[in-house]
Design a protein around this ligand. Structure first.
Ligand SMILES: Nc1nc2c(ncn2[C@@H]2O[C@H](COP(=O)(O)OP(=O)(O)OP(=O)(O)O)[C@@H](O)[C@H]2O)c(=O)[nH]1
Ligand SMILES: Nc1nc2c(ncn2[C@@H]2O[C@H](COP(=O)(O)OP(=O)(O)OP(=O)(O)O)[C@@H](O)[C@H]2O)c(=O)[nH]1
Ligand SMILES: [Mg+2]
Ligand SMILES: [Mg+2]
Lengths: 278, 291
């Protein structure tokens, strides 16, 4: 990535290629390039740092600090539902979230709502153990709604502060599976009308433009309150979250930076941008 | 979509008037945008467009009554050519057991693919055994053992923290039980994780697999070339598997991975069931990428 002081066409081409290869997609790339070109016409770009400044200010218009909060305190039990396509990192992220909030002194219950995939419950059990939190599971359960209902009920009885619900991975073009998600949402509401208080869509950091379609389609099944983008410790930049925020106004709340229990960070747009250019 | 766009660019001609450089340039720009939106890598798309432009100019498109369709045909053929060469079948040469090592990034679908492949090969009359060499992910070994039970095929596993030793012992076990195919499931890893990439190189040098398959998530975006390129450099892959193609991603990663590794795409995963595995067909796939 050329760090020249003069804004040449080569520089602009390289910047556009860079943004595009960060998975921003054509529309978001075009929009950010417009801002850069407009600034360069006004002679506001003397060096590479100026580019970062402009992009930061543009991202600042897209992401807002206040909507990144998860207000765990506002109700008890606070219910977080975790959804997303297969292999995105849901179960691992739940382990990390449980650990984070347990360390803040919250009583956390994890509900093993993936009744489908081989060894899904065993995997989540291991994470509950590592996070030192309780887990609700039922090896015999085939119906996720039934199990999740029982799990929430158990969380209420045990006066948990936070209940995190794991769900099976599913592709958004499988109508039956998306209907199942809507049913789970309705089931949760039978016990706690305002729940889930947070519905987090987990996206794989390496996902391409399909990430936008995932957000669109999952949103139709369950209102999504935030994104988690995982595997940003790799070389992928996860730029699709910019397109998702611009088009669907869904904010990123956390990023996954590894496979260990502490590898979860609250989303910070400035740090994210720095990481993209790193 | 792309077809309509290209028809639109050329419809003003309708049998009269000459195709200009501007027509071709507009067409190329539209094709490029379509490929990028299909997740074809930026640089791969650029090279691909250059070859299309060359063919379009050389192929007397100007004389065609339907230049838009002619260009689509060129793109289609070029894409099939790019996607398709090379042997897409599993190489069963050498002394048994034929060893197949499966590798890739986290969550791409390796463990599921290992079981699907075992089932597929059993249906072809082979006697496969699987090796659970992922010692890191919680319950990874349980997962493969559970899948093994589902398809009634043996899984070698042991309670150890040495993946190379597990593979070595798995090979021994395969020879003793007369399995004629051995499939190694490895942990998901980042191509930039030196220690983990070294683990794969150690397994390769000691166990000497006949096939090294890179399993990639079909919805991967621009990063596909980075991961695939690195795995290719470090391991010299023999084939590619694209998973989760039952989704609605256009799958441009296929073109990118094929372009950067030069290796054949052997299978695509089309679901979570053990039967959801298909051999790769370049012509069907080309239509999908074009959208
Ligand atoms: N490097 C890296 N790997 C991650 C991250 N988050 C998850 N993973 C890995 O990604 C793989 C899949 O994670 P899971 O938590 O099983 O994903 P999932 O969405 O629950 O998968 P399904 O339940 O099968 O749909 C595992 O190998 C995790 O260790 C991350 O932030 N960085
Ligand atoms: N829909 C669909 N799901 C798939 C396909 N292949 C795998 N999966 C699912 O993707 C998720 C991840 O699969 P795994 O086999 O655990 O992936 P992995 O590469 O072994 O993951 P790690 O070992 O953590 O790196 C699981 O939920 C699988 O059921 C496929 O072709 N289609
Ligand atoms: Mg899971
Ligand atoms: Mg695995």
């Amino acid at each position: 990535f050329g760090r020249e002081s003069k804004v040449s066409d080569d520089f602009l081409d390289e910047l556009e290629a860079f943004l595009f290869q960060s998975d921003l997609g054509t529309d978001s790339t075009d929009r950010l390039m417009e801002a850069i070109i407009a600034a360069s016409r006004k002679k506001k770009i003397q060096n590479y740092e100026d580019v970062v400044k402009i992009l930061n200010s543009e991202l600042g218009k897209i992401f807002f600090k206040d909507e990144l909060e998860i207000p765990i305190e506002k109700t008890s039990p606070f219910v977080i539902m975790v959804i997303g396509v297969n292999g995105a990192g849901k179960t691992t992220t739940i382990g990390k979230l449980a650990y984070r909030y347990r360390k803040e002194g919250k009583k956390v219950l994890i509900v093993a709502g993936d009744t489908y995939r081989a060894a899904a419950v065993e995997q989540l059990e291991k994470w509950a153990e590592r996070a030192a939190v309780e887990i609700f599971k039922n090896a015999a359960a085939k119906n996720p709604s039934g199990l999740i209902f029982d799990g929430i009920q158990s969380g209420l009885a045990k006066k948990m502060d936070l209940i995190i619900v794991d769900t099976a991975g599913r592709l958004h073009n499988r109508t039956q599976l998306m209907d199942e998600l809507t049913k789970i949402d309705r089931t949760i509401k039978k016990l706690i009308p305002d729940a889930p208080h947070e519905a987090l869509l987990v996206l794989d950091g390496t996902v391409g433009q399909n990430g936008l379609v995932q957000a669109q389609e999952f949103q139709k099944a369950v209102p999504i309150t935030g994104l988690v983008i995982t595997k940003l410790d790799g070389t992928a930049k996860g730029g699709i979250v910019i397109a998702i925020k611009e088009k669907l106004n869904i904010p990123v709340k956390f990023i996954g930076l590894g496979e260990k229990i502490e590898d979860l960070k609250a989303f910070d747009p400035e740090l994210y941008l720095r990481g993209m250019f790193a | 979509q792309l077809r309509d766009n290209l028809d639109g660019i050329f419809k003003s001609l309708r049998g009269q008037g000459k195709i200009t450089d501007k027509h071709i340039a507009d067409a190329m720009r539209d094709i490029r945008r379509s490929l990028l939106e299909a997740d074809v890598n930026y640089t791969v798309a650029k090279d691909f467009i250059a070859s299309i432009r060359e063919k379009a100019l050389g192929a007397q498109v100007i004389r065609s009554i339907t230049p838009g369709q002619q260009i689509i045909k060129i793109i289609h053929e070029q894409m099939i050519e790019l996607l398709g060469e090379g042997n897409a079948a599993i190489d069963f040469g050498g002394l048994p057991p034929v060893i197949i090592m499966v590798a890739g990034l986290q969550g791409s679908g390796k463990t599921t693919f290992v079981a699907k492949l075992a089932q597929y090969l059993k249906n072809q009359g082979k006697r496969p055994m699987m090796v659970a060499a992922d010692i890191y992910r919680p319950a990874a070994i349980d997962q493969l053992i559970a899948l093994g039970k589902q398809i009634a095929l043996p899984v070698y596993s042991e309670n150890s923290n040495n993946a190379v030793a597990i593979c070595r012992n798995g090979l021994k076990s395969a020879r003793e039980s007369q399995a004629n195919v051995l499939i190694l499931d490895t942990a998901g890893r980042l191509h930039i994780d030196e220690n983990m990439m070294n683990e794969l190189k150690q397994i390769k040098s000691e166990i000497k697999p006949r096939e090294i398959l890179f399993v990639a998530d079909g919805m991967t975006g621009q990063d596909a070339v980075n991961a695939a390129g690195a795995f290719e450099n470090e391991l010299q892959l023999t084939g590619i598997v694209l998973t989760k193609m039952d989704g609605d991603t256009r799958g441009g990663a296929a073109l990118s991975i094929r372009a950067v590794t030069g290796k054949p795409i052997k299978f695509i995963g089309t679901g979570e069931k053990m039967s959801d595995l298909e051999p790769f067909f370049p012509d069907r796939f080309a239509s999908r990428i074009l959208g």
